[in-house]
Design a protein around this ligand. Structure first.
Ligand SMILES: [Mg+2]
Length: 361
């Protein structure tokens, strides 16, 4: 039996045979796969997608930004989220105390540097491992709120958030790693929200990120996606400004309630995904509509007129966490730009379980 197969036989949570490591790899690689699948059609309407790629739209990985199957800002920032959490966890363990949002903000400062410099500095020793990776210096349409929020001289906080009117999907699309923390959904929610306001201060912007982290955390524990969304809706009910995100999530479930395969038109009924709650809703809807078939879910999540790479990335995070890397198409993953880099980070994230004892698998 292969090591990976052995891992899959070890029950990590309450009711599944998918290991924690497989789910973490699935989350990050699935996100990168959805990101790359949507990269070439991010700025095309559905009509244009059909004209270029045929009536069924994109069916496989394509070229964009001058390379085949590129990852974009969504995956780049997600990797920096993961790096920030790894650093914060290790620091908390060694020092006994750590303010996680500050450490994540510093990780995002390093991401910002990748977007403002042509390549790695000569000495990366003190600046983290990711800043030594040339691929992360490629500019792949980074979001304006992410750039401007991180350029502020002081970090945004819940009391004084950066960009208080921004609710673009830039905070959601980078927030899956918060859900991988072994701390339970409430802590994942709070940390995701607090790190979302580093760039997106509108309630829909940071609450969608919080709800996403909650959903990832609950499905990582072995519950179904619908159960995870329903519990996130319960959590949103306690937020004064939670209704917009809650309404989007309810619409996502309703649109999949008849159990039939979804369509681009049904996906577009949920919005375009440029704003946070719509991006989360489209991703959730496509994953619920194809619960055992991640590739079908990803194709649905990108073939629409909106923010295809972000909706693809969020959907990929969800289906990869649900089903593990073993359920993702290995041949497509091998095509993916940066798959080795993503895999390297995915191998480190489970180290968090050794520094946070509650995560016991
Ligand atoms: Mg992108």
């Amino acid at each position: 039996m292969s090591d990976r197969a052995k891992e899959r036989t070890v029950a990590p949570g309450q009711n599944s045979g998918i290991s924690c490591r497989d789910r973490v790899r699935g989350c990050l690689l699935g996100g990168a796969l959805g990101d790359a699948l949507g990269a070439g059609i991010e700025f095309l309407s559905l009509d244009e997608i059909r004209r270029v790629h045929g009536p069924a739209g994109v069916r496989g990985l394509t070229a964009a930004y001058g390379v085949h199957a590129p990852i974009t800002d969504d995956t780049q920032m997600t990797l920096f989220t993961a790096e920030g959490l790894i650093r914060a966890s290790v620091r908390g363990r060694s020092k006994g105390i750590c303010h996680y949002p500050t450490v994540v903000w510093r990780a995002y400062q390093r991401w910002l540097a990748t977007q403002e410099h042509p390549g790695p500095p000569a000495d990366t020793e003190s600046d983290g491992w990711l800043t030594s990776q040339p691929l992360l210096y490629a500019r792949r349409a980074p979001g304006n709120a992410c750039l401007s929020g991180l350029r502020m001289p002081r970090m945004g906080t819940p009391a004084h958030p950066a960009n208080p009117n921004s609710k673009g999907c830039g905070a959601v699309m980078r927030s899956a790693p918060f859900g991988l923390l072994p701390t339970g959904p409430e802590a994942a929610w709070e940390l995701a929200a607090e790190c979302a306001v580093l760039t997106h201060g509108h309630p829909a912007g940071y609450l969608a990120a919080a709800a996403f982290a909650w959903i990832i955390n609950v499905v990582a524990d072995g519950q179904t996606l619908v159960e995870a969304v329903e519990s996130a809706l319960g959590r949103l009910a306690s937020e004064r400004n939670g209704e917009k995100v809650a309404a989007a999530l309810r619409a996502a479930l309703t649109a999949a309630a008849d159990g039939t395969p979804t369509t681009p038109e049904r996906v577009e009924s949920l919005g375009a995904g440029w704003v946070a709650e719509e991006a989360l809703a489209i991703a959730v809807h496509c994953a619920v509509a194809a619960p055992a078939d991640p590739w079908t879910a990803l194709l649905a999540a990108v073939n629409h007129s909106g923010d295809s790479d972000s909706t693809g990335a969020i959907c990929g995070n969800i289906v990869g966490t649900m089903l593990g890397e073993g359920a993702l198409p290995a041949d497509r993953l091998a095509e993916l730009e940066g798959h080795t880099l993503v895999r390297q980070i995915a191998e480190v994230v489970p180290v968090l379980r050794t520094v946070i004892p509650m995560w016991d698998n």
